[in-house]
Design a protein around this ligand. Structure first.
Ligand code: FES
Length: 68
């Protein structure tokens, strides 16, 4: 909803465990915004903050129930 500005948390996803290492780490801004998301887990990310590279071809994420 915010166009990737890390300002809304509507892009909250769960990154599949097998892909966690490749998706990088959360910035402090992303951590702060996740505080406003529902049902946050250790593998929660704001998908707009994951830098997409060829290495992420096949990346598996799921959406929290609240985002369906
Ligand atoms: S689209 Fe708003 S934080 Fe990702």
């Amino acid at each position: 909803d915010c166009g990737g500005a890390c300002a809304c948390a509507t892009c909250h996803v769960y990154v599949d465990e097998a892909w966690l290492a490749k998706t990088g780490t959360k910035s402090s801004m992303e951590e702060s915004m996740l505080d406003f998301a529902e049902s946050v887990q250790d593998n929660s990310r704001l998908s707009c903050q994951i830098k997409v590279t060829d290495e992420l071809d096949g990346l598996k994420v799921t959406m929290p129930e609240s985002q369906h």
